[in-house]
Design a protein around this ligand. Sequence first.
Ligand code: AMP
Length: 190
Amino acid sequence: MLNLVLFGPPGAGKGTQSAKLIERYSLVHLSTGDIFRANIKGETELGLLAKSFMDKGQLVPDEVTINMLSAEVKKNPDAKGFIFDGFPRTSAQASALDELLNSMDSSISLMLALEVEEAELKRRLLIRGKDSGRADDQDPAVIQKRIDVYNAETFPVRDYYQAQNKYKGVDGIGEIETIFNQLCTEIDSL
Ligand code: AMP
């Protein structure tokens, strides 16, 4: 299996690049943010719970997120591999993901990180807020909170993969196609 973690702060371009990568490599795309938003739209219990955290720019609790992600992985027994987008966001999620893949005799192949500076992230998120109507992209205070949560809780996840020699960083500023080609080069050299 080819299992990729697409990593980076909010607004780094993970969704855009995931869409291109799943097509090129025939992978299943699992974006925890998208799954939470689908649950909010469907007015499920999980959606209601997730919304209370997302609206404030906080992380949904690990146990809830890990259980949801595990269920989604298990729904795809024939997958050639997965792109995990927006997951893992904490060290607990990273070890839970390893355990889950291990139980399937598999593992993470590579963490690909999109590196983008903070000022550019804020600019992109505000544009996305206007275009997509995403509530958490419209309020500068919520955007700042998400970036702060990323720096405090998510950024350290990088060390987890670096310690396994599975981390590759790519410049996330530039043409979408150029960034995509850089990601493909890293994957193809596995
Ligand atoms: P995203 O679409 O990845 O920007 O995620 C939007 C929001 O969903 C985040 O700000 C969190 O509130 C929540 N979320 C998404 N993925 C996770 C995760 N792996 N762990 C906890 N919360 C998450």
